[in-house]
Write a protein that binds this ligand. Structure first.
Ligand code: SF4
Length: 266
């Protein structure tokens, strides 16, 4: 199984790689590194009875559990049907074979002109800016995505960016993943600096759950590079239920808006 963790270990120089020593980590990186990755621990913390454990452990073997504490804190203890928990709790049904199931439902493999690049629609290109996520959602359509082949080094990024440089019809760059904001600000600023040097690019779009699952991700360092790019900035959050929105999420969204970011939700 290719996991986001293994992709990170294999490519320490990728934008998604967190090679910052523990003592130098920012608050959000610290929370990311302490996320729950044990299905037994997830069930224990929420007071779920043992009937949920076999499914949780079976699903975890297929796609690992990852739940940051800030997201866990919004779940109702003792409620196996909590809408936030249901997004992250593996169930035994994940191991069932279903006719017609495919590992690449968006047929992205057929639209990958270079490592880390998906070009499926006219006028826009998607960049896999990080193979990692802050939360692993059970419904993820990229759970089988070949991150090991799409975690470019900086030198490989230059080759992929040539695709954008040579096509003036491309007006929008979409940072995706994984979760693009799981990458360090240093790496993201490096990538965005190259994007904004492409004269025909007008818009930068980020698809991310990080401002929701770890609101501390929206810190001054992020707002500095994001707020100062010449590109129009659009951030598409991924909020599935009203209970995900607590005061910290509201404040993170307000900070993004104040930095000139247009916020959307999918
Ligand atoms: S954050 Fe997005 S990419 Fe990551 S597991 Fe969830 S849905 Fe998939």
């Amino acid at each position: 199984m290719i996991t986001r963790s293994s992709a990170l270990l294999q490519r320490p120089e990728t934008p998604g790689a967190d090679v910052t020593p523990l003592t130098l980590q920012s608050a959000w990186q610290n929370q990311l590194s302490r996320a729950i990755r044990d299905p037994r621990e997830l069930c224990r913390r929420l007071g779920l009875d043992d009937t949920w454990l076999p499914g949780a452990e079976g699903g975890h073997a297929l796609f690992e559990v990852r739940v940051p504490e800030a997201f866990l804190a919004r779940m109702r203890p003792g409620d196996p049907h909590d809408p936030l928990l249901r997004q992250v709790l593996p169930l035994s049904a994940e191991g069932e074979s279903v006719p017609g199931y495919v590992a690449d439902p968006l047929e992205e493999a057929a639209h990958t002109p270079g490592p880390g690049l998906i070009h499926k629609y006219a006028g826009r290109v998607l960049l896999i800016a990080s193979p990692a996520c802050a939360v692993n959602c059970r419904y993820c359509f990229r759970r089988h995505f070949p991150y090991d082949a799409n975690s470019p080094s900086r030198a490989q990024w230059e080759g992929s960016l040539d695709t954008l440089r040579s096509d003036p019809s491309i007006r929008e760059a979409i940072l995706s993943g994984g979760d693009p904001l799981a990458a360090s600000d240093r790496q993201l600023a490096w990538l965005v600096e190259r994007l904004e040097a492409i004269p025909h690019l007008e818009r930068l779009r980020l698809h991310t759950r990080l401002p929701v699952v770890i609101p501390d991700r929206v810190d001054d360092v992020l707002l500095d590079w994001l707020g100062n790019t010449r590109l129009q900035k659009v951030m598409v959050l991924h909020i599935n239920h009203a209970q995900e929105i607590d005061q910290a999420v509201v404040e993170a969204c307000a900070r993004l808006k104040a930095a000139g970011v247009t916020l959307l939700n999918q």
